[in-house]
Design a protein. Structure first.
Length: 334
């Protein structure tokens, strides 16, 4: 039997806990080390899933006890940790974004391209079974030429003010997932137009960010991609995709816990709200993302989003912010 890949987890916040659970469920990985400057967080993960702990990521990296790392620490740490992974020959799966500053991303671009190990970015939504099925059928030519792609992504409620203040803004924090999803379907995007408003949250406005945005992009073959985002939705996570082409349309609707519908005198076809927590909505996507990372390590055939995909998503996010600020369309070259 093949030995599991020894993986170290760096960062034990909300997303780190999600990844720890996925690692525990995986037959490809063994969690051997957890690092967090908040040592109590690392100790909680180790108590639940095993492995050693440290408050210093360098101890984990230099331990000789990890073949791969999963970076779930704050965004400003990502570039440095990816760099160390490359230098030490350790495989890397890093949460998005690579960084908020494209200059820092570009400083590591050449090294990432030349890395002998897998450098993967955590755009987990590519691994959602329904979204992936739509993309595969579009890529297979079922719709003929793709003409329109609509991506709707609304969160149940905005993050706390403290998070919004350091998030880099809605385009780099939230819409960045949708920029990657757009490129999953249309890799070559050439123009970005965006509008942002403050529809409901005073503190988001005070932080200089938007709570409600729409982005329209044009692909090199004149595909039109529309992204609709909101920081709130009273009925839970609203996550949908519609692909339209010359031969028809494919739609991935919201995922529900069950298919039960109620029919009563005062209402028909009522059902439970959509999932209200991203782990519920994307649990399977996170598991598939990790599985593909493991397969990429063992086979050398990388199917996860790459460093270049992470960079491209940030380029689109920056263009969207520029467009929303200036009111002008922004040309991009990826």
């Amino acid at each position: 039997m093949t030995q599991p890949i020894r993986i170290g987890l760096i960062g034990t916040g909300r997303i780190g806990q999600v990844h720890a659970a996925s690692i525990a469920d995986s037959k490809l990985f063994e969690l051997t080390y957890t690092a967090d400057t908040f040592i109590a967080g690392a100790e909680r993960i180790a108590a639940q899933y095993g492995g050693k702990v440290t408050d210093d990521p360098e101890v984990l990296l230099n331990s000789g006890e990890v073949d791969a790392i999963l970076i779930a620490s704050p965004t400003p740490t990502h570039v440095g940790l990816i760099r160390r992974g490359i230098e030490l020959g350790i495989h890397v799966l890093c949460e998005k974004p690579i960084d908020l500053d494209i200059a820092r991303v570009d400083e590591l671009r050449e090294a990432a391209a030349a890395a002998k190990t897998v450098i993967a970015l955590g755009f987990n939504r590519r691994f959602d079974p329904n979204f992936a099925a739509v993309q595969a059928r579009v890529a297979g030519g079922e719709l003929g030429k793709l003409e329109q792609l609509i991506i709707i992504s609304r969160d149940p409620a905005p993050a706390p003010r403290e998070y919004i203040a350091v998030s880099g803004g809605i385009f780099r924090d939230m819409t960045i997932h949708d920029f990657d999803m757009a490129r999953f379907f249309v890799p070559n995007i050439v123009e970005v137009t965006a509008i942002g408003t403050n529809s409901f949250s005073d503190y988001i406005k005070e932080e200089g960010d938007y709570d409600n945005v729409t982005v329209t992009m044009r692909g090199a073959n004149d595909e039109i991609i529309t992204i609709v985002n909101s920081r709130h939705a009273s009925f839970g996570y609203d996550q949908r995709i519609e692909a339209f082409g010359e031969a028809g349309m494919l739609v991935a609707s919201n995922v529900q816990a069950n298919t039960v519908r109620a029919y009563k005198a005062d209402s028909v076809e009522t059902s439970d709200p959509y999932p209200n927590f991203f782990l519920e909505r994307y649990a399977e996507a996170y598991r598939r993302e990790l599985h593909d990372f493991g397969q990429s390590i063992t086979t050398g055939n990388v199917t996860n989003p790459t460093y270049e995909d992470g960079r491209a998503a940030l380029v689109l996010a920056n263009a969207a912010l520029e467009s929303a600020t200036t009111g002008k369309a922004v040309k991009v070259s990826l």
